[in-house]
Design a protein around this ligand. Sequence first.
Ligand code: KG4
Ligand code: ZN
Length: 338
Amino acid sequence: MKVLGIETSCDECSASVVEDGEKILSNIIATQIPFHAKWNGVVPEIASRKHTEWIYAVTKEALDTAGLSADEIDALAVTSRPGLLGSLLVGLCFAKAFAWAKGLPFIAVDHMLAHLYAPRLLPETKCDYPFLGLLVSGGHTIICRADDFDNITVLGTTIDDAAGEAFDKVAKHYNFGYPGGAVIDKMAQNGDSEAFRFPMPSLHKGDHRYDVSYSGIKNAVVNQLDTFKVKQNYTQEDIAASFQKTVVNILLRALLNAAEDTGITKIVAGGGVAANSYLRSTLAKQTHLNCIFPPPDLCGDNAAMIAGIGFQYLKRGEQSPLNTTPSARVAGFKKKYP
Ligand code: KG4
Ligand code: ZN
């Protein structure tokens, strides 16, 4: 079954054809970064306008690259949540119109579940359930147990800002550039991560053993830089490296707790922050864990993961109604405290 996937939840306009949930025939990702860089962040109005302008051409390129005509597609899958509502609407309406015009099955999927599905698209990263999921994106930070592609138990989340959001906000404050995570990752390679000793959040006990918090570190870097300085003549690269190290240490502490308590040592990372080189190298050093990272283009937003997970629902005979509406919120990822 060839599924056409559409992803427009934020600032990547993406279309992809995936066969039988595993074989990527095409994965076109048109990034809007240059249009948002001037504002150091995603401007929702610009994002939805660009998706409207681009979605047809991006989809056509995905079909052409796959060597298929629109009549050779078997089903449509699209992100319906979470994301920017105006952006989600563009992809959702486009996919619904495509499915309706061609009389095809249509499935609306949760973008965060799709991030966890991404490693299944490549033979070298494909792995069996159960595993621990580390979902780190611009809007979410979730540590969960995955027993199937849609059977997720949330163990921990951020109690305030998401990891990606912290990267973006620190980069914006210091005018490092956009998108913050990728820029800080690059700057940090020339920085001294010991130049500042930023505080770790104190929550990591009891019900919060797997939770993380990023508002404290963000505040420390933005408003209290001198309080935490160890080196006198520091550079911007030093700020980036010290901040990045603390962000990763916060994630690592919660993840190690989850691995220890569940006995699950297989970790699948997903979301834009999973592209971070320091996070990847730090987890690689945890030799008792088997950490699976998709390649960077499958960590960030892409339609291949949407088409892939969409196939799994369709295989079970599930479809979504054509009056499905988008939602800004993530579904089924709420942590239940005892
Ligand atoms: O998953 P994603 O592409 O979009 C959302 O679903 O949010 O994640 C975007 C986030 C942004 O906060 C961006 O700064 C961050 O991923 N990001 C990174 C890196 N590349 C992108 N964060 C750290 N290191 C990177 N190399
Ligand atoms: Zn994402």
